[in-house]
Write a protein that binds this ligand. Structure first.
Ligand SMILES: [Zn+2]
Length: 363
C-alpha cells in the first residue's frame, strides 16, 4: 500500500521532526532515509512522515544559512544565506517567501560555487564532464527554487517545498510532509491538557509548556506568579495581557499558543499517533528532559533513534570520486553531515537514499 494510503488509513507514523532549514543539510535529509529503512525493516506497515517544525522563530543560524564545502576558500566552507531578515525575530510563517530576484541571485551564486569547485579539480575530460553535469543539474534546481518561491507563502514554506523535492523527487522516498503550524490547531485539546499540567511541567523542565504568539509576529514567554493567570508582554508592539484557563481552547484552535520544545516531545507520543521517530543527535538533551517529564506526568514517551553521520563514512557517493579526492584535505563539514544537500545534488554520480542512511550511526 502507498504511504499516503497508509497514513489516511490511520497507520501509526514513523516520523522525522525538524525545522525547515534553508537548503537542508545531509544530516536532516538522512533522517527521512533512516525512517524509510526502519519502516522496511519493520515490514512496511507504518506511515512515513516529516513533521515540519515551522512554529518557531526565524533567527536560528542553521535555519537561515546553508553551508557547502569549498576547495578554494581559506576555511573550506562556502556560506549561502537565506534572504536577509528584517527587524526582530518573528514566527517562521510570518516571514515572506524569497523574491524572484533572490532566487536569481541564489542560482548565480551556486553557479559560481560549482565552477570554482570544478576549476580546482585535475584538468581533463572527466572534469569537463562533471562541470557540464553540475551546470545541467543546477538548471533543474533553479527551476525547483523558482516554483517553490512562487508557491510558498513564507520562507518556511519555500524551505519545506525544496526539502520535499529533495526527499520525494531526488531521493524517490514516499515521505509525507506535515507543516506543524497547520496541524497544531487539530490537537487543541492536547495543548489544553498540557496547559493544565503546566505546574508539573515547569517543575520537571524549568519552563512552562507553551509559547504565546503575538499578533505582531513575536514569540512571547508566559510568566506565572502565584495567585494570577500567566501573563505576557510584547517588547515589540507593547501588547500585554493574561491567558486564563477559559481562553486556552480558542487560542489553541487558532494557533495562538504553541508547544515549546519539551512539550513537542511529549505530544509526539500522546497526540500525533507516532510509533517511533528518527532525529539528529543534537536533540538528545531535550529528548532526555522530555522523557523525565513524561515519567513524572505518567505519560508515554516516543522511542526515538538519535543519530549522526559516522565521521569516517565515505563521501565519494555524495560528491563523485574526483571531488571526494580533492576534498580529502578539506572540511569537517562533510564528515559531520552539515554540508547542504546541494553538494550531492550537483556532484554525486547517483543519489541512493539508503546510502545516506548507511552513513548514520546511533548515539
Ligand atoms: Zn507584539
Amino acid at each position: 500500500m502507498e504511504n499516503l494510503d497508509r497514513y489516511r488509513g490511520g497507520a501509526p507514523c514513523l516520523r522525522v521532526a525538524h525545522q525547515p532549514n534553508f537548503l537542508p543539510s545531509v544530516n536532516v535529509v538522512a533522517q527521512a532515509t533512516l525512517t524509510n529503512v526502519l519502516n522496511r525493516l519493520l515490514g512496511g506497515a507504518y506511515a512515513e512522515t516529516f513533521f515540519v517544525v515551522d512554529y518557531d522563530v526565524n533567527d536560528d543560524r542553521r535555519y537561515r544559512q546553508a553551508m557547502l564545502p569549498s576547495l578554494p576558500s581559506r576555511d573550506g566552507v562556502w556560506r549561502l544565506p537565506a534572504p536577509p531578515r528584517h527587524g526582530a525575530p518573528a514566527w517562521m510563517t510570518n516571514e515572506e517567501a524569497p523574491t524572484p530576484d533572490f532566487v536569481g541571485l541564489l542560482g548565480s551564486s551556486l553557479r559560481v560555487w560549482a565552477r570554482q569547485q570544478a576549476a580546482s579539480l585535475p584538468r581533463g575530460a572527466s572534469r569537463a564532464r562533471q562541470r557540464a553535469r553540475a551546470d545541467n543539474r543546477l538548471d533543474v534546481l533553479v527551476g525547483v527554487f523558482e516554483k517553490a518561491a512562487a508557491d510558498a507563502a513564507s520562507l518556511a514554506d519555500f524551505n519545506t517545498l525544496v526539502l520535499s523535492w529533495i526527499v520525494n523527487q531526488a531521493l524517490a522516498l514516499p515521505t509525507l510532509f506535515i507543516p506543524g503550524s497547520a496541524a497544531l490547531p487539530l490537537i487543541a485539546g492536547h495543548l489544553a491538557a498540557l496547559w493544565h499540567s503546566r505546574a508539573a511541567l515547569t517543575r520537571a523542565c524549568g519552563a512552562g509548556p507553551l509559547w504565546k504568539r503575538c499578533v505582531c509576529g513575536t514569540r512571547l514567554e508566559l510568566t506565572e506568579y502565584p495567585g494570577s493567570s500567566p501573563r505576557f508582554g510584547c517588547a515589540r508592539c507593547g501588547r500585554t495581557g493574561y491567558v486564563t484557563d477559559a481562553d486556552v481552547p480558542e487560542l489553541a484552535a487558532n494557533g495562538e499558543i504553541v508547544p515549546r520544545i519539551i512539550a513537542d516531545d511529549l505530544l509526539d507520543a500522546v497526540a500525533w499517533g507516532n510509533i517511533a521517530g528518527c532525529d539528529y543527535r543534537g536533540g538528545v538533551s531535550h529528548y532526555a528532559r522530555s522523557a523525565l517529564a513524561a515519567r513524572d506526568l505518567n505519560l508515554a514517551s516516543l522511542p526515538v533513534f538519535l543519530s549522526s553521520r559516522t565521521p569516517d563514512a565515505r563521501i565519494d557517493h555524495l560528491s563523485g570520486q574526483d571531488y571526494a579526492a580533492a576534498l580529502d584535505r578539506s572540511p569537517a563539514l562533510i564528515a559531520a553531515g552539515r554540508t547542504s544537500m546541494i553538494m550531492p545534488l550537483l556532484w554525486a554520480d547517483e543519489l541512493i537514499a539508503a546510502r545516506l542512511a548507511d552513513d548514520m550511526r546511533g548515539t
